[in-house]
Write a protein that binds this ligand. Structure first.
Ligand code: FE2
Ligand code: FE2
Length: 389
């Protein structure tokens, strides 16, 4: 045990140093799982980072015998095997016979004896599960368990540090995006609030479609920034939306490309840039700037197209009156499969049916939504021309 302790202290010091000097978190975790395997002569070690709120595995770092199928299990299986129930560790004496390990052959159970897992709190819903497995059946001594726990805690600390740094970065990003949005909307009284409303509709659709938090946030930012390319445009042209001549139309049609160019140097907006560039593509491929078609258009951009048109119809502009919700619904249904991704229109209809208040729907408009949802489902969508640029 003396040799193990000497090794442990050496590793502990190196890991602590790496954490305090802001070392790369993945490398720190790799070092931890590698050294735990070495010190305790385990076949392998895996550190899972799970989000218990979202019920997903966020990341996993492994070392040693691949025990491939254990490393590849999904969240539900992982939680079933390591069902914590208030304990701070779980010991599976013999994986070949233990009922917690499902489907023996599938997870390579025959080649593994004991499995020992420890649990760590990280931040919010993030938790760590550190599992080490041995060729034979064996338990950890209290001293060995202490070593694993101490190194595992170091991993949790490294994660806490990096996640709170990510949080700070995200806050800065949010402030920058909001600043851009305010700058754009301050320009034009009649479009005031347009970007925020588009972003809110888009966020509801993304959530309803079960997208991840990160994807939803990207789409929300895409909503806030989609028209940022209009920021340098002549106010008189923007005021004439709805009655533009050909030449003016060509100028306004530049705004997705200008917007993409504005955001392109900002690395943290790299996921948002394609949404800005493609928010005027059409499902049938006749949109701009690239004439992308169907699912070649990024999903976030397809969501924004629907929300942009919907918000514009409801709010109106100087040269075209705002529409009643029922008329906007009809237009969306008619534009599905030509201008819009029909699945996204359907998701918006579902949301409006369940939360009519978000668009000020009356009972009559709810019936209208139901009728057009049926029509959409029956694939009766027809082509409609685009009013919205
Ligand atoms: Fe636009
Ligand atoms: Fe817009």
């Amino acid at each position: 045990m003396e040799r193990e302790y000497a090794q442990f202290f050496d590793v502990f010091i190196k890991v602590s140093k790496a954490i305090h000097t802001g070392g790369n978190t993945t490398e720190i975790l790799e070092r931890i799982v590698t050294h735990i395997s070495d010190i305790l002569s385990a076949k392998g070690c895996i550190f899972w980072i799970v989000d218990r709120g979202q019920k997903t595995i966020k990341n996993k770092i492994s070392h040693g015998f691949s025990y491939r199928n254990l490393a590849e299990i999904d969240y539900e299986t992982l939680m079933a095997i390591f069902d914590q129930q208030g304990k701070d560790c779980i010991h599976i004496e013999d994986a070949t016979t233990d009922s917690r390990i499902p489907n023996l052959d599938k997870i390579g159970k025959k080649r593994v004896g004991s499995i020992h897992a420890l649990f760590f709190e990280i931040v919010r819903d993030y938790h760590g599960i550190l599992a080490l497995y041995f060729r034979d059946t064996r338990a950890l001594t209290p001293a060995e368990e202490e070593i694993v726990r101490a190194l595992g805690e170091q991993g949790a600390i490294a994660l806490q540090k990096s996640l709170s740094f990510d949080e700070k970065m995200l806050d800065t990003l949010r402030q920058i995006v909001e600043g851009f949005t305010l700058a754009l909307e301050a320009k034009d009284e009649q479009t005031h609030g347009h970007s925020v409303r588009v972003a809110n509709f888009a966020m509801s659709i993304a959530r309803r479609m079960g997208l991840t938090d990160a994807q939803t946030e990207t789409i929300y930012h895409g909503g806030l920034l989609h028209d940022i390319g209009k920021i340098g445009m002549n106010d008189q042209i923007l005021e004439r939306l709805g009655i533009l001549n050909r030449k003016e139309m060509d100028i306004v049609r530049q705004h997705p490309l200008i917007g993409a160019r504005i955001t392109q140097p900002l690395v943290f907006l790299s996921d948002v840039e394609p949404l800005i560039r493609h928010h005027h593509e059409r499902w049938d491929g006749t949109g701009y700037p690239d004439g992308l078609k169907g699912k070649d258009i990024p999903l976030g951009a397809r969501i924004l197209t629907v929300c942009d048109a919907f918000e514009t119809m409801l709010a109106g502009r100087k040269h075209f009156a705002k529409m009643k919700l029922e008329d906007a619904i009809v237009n969306l249904q008619l534009g599905a499969a030509s201008q819009f991704d029909p699945e996204i229109v359907l998701v918006l209809f579902d949301i409006l049916e369940e939360q009519p208040e978000i668009a000020g729907a009356t009972q009559a408009s709810v019936s209208c939504i139901q009728i057009h949802k049926r029509r959409l489902k029956n694939n009766q969508a027809r082509k409609s021309s685009s009013l919205f640029i």
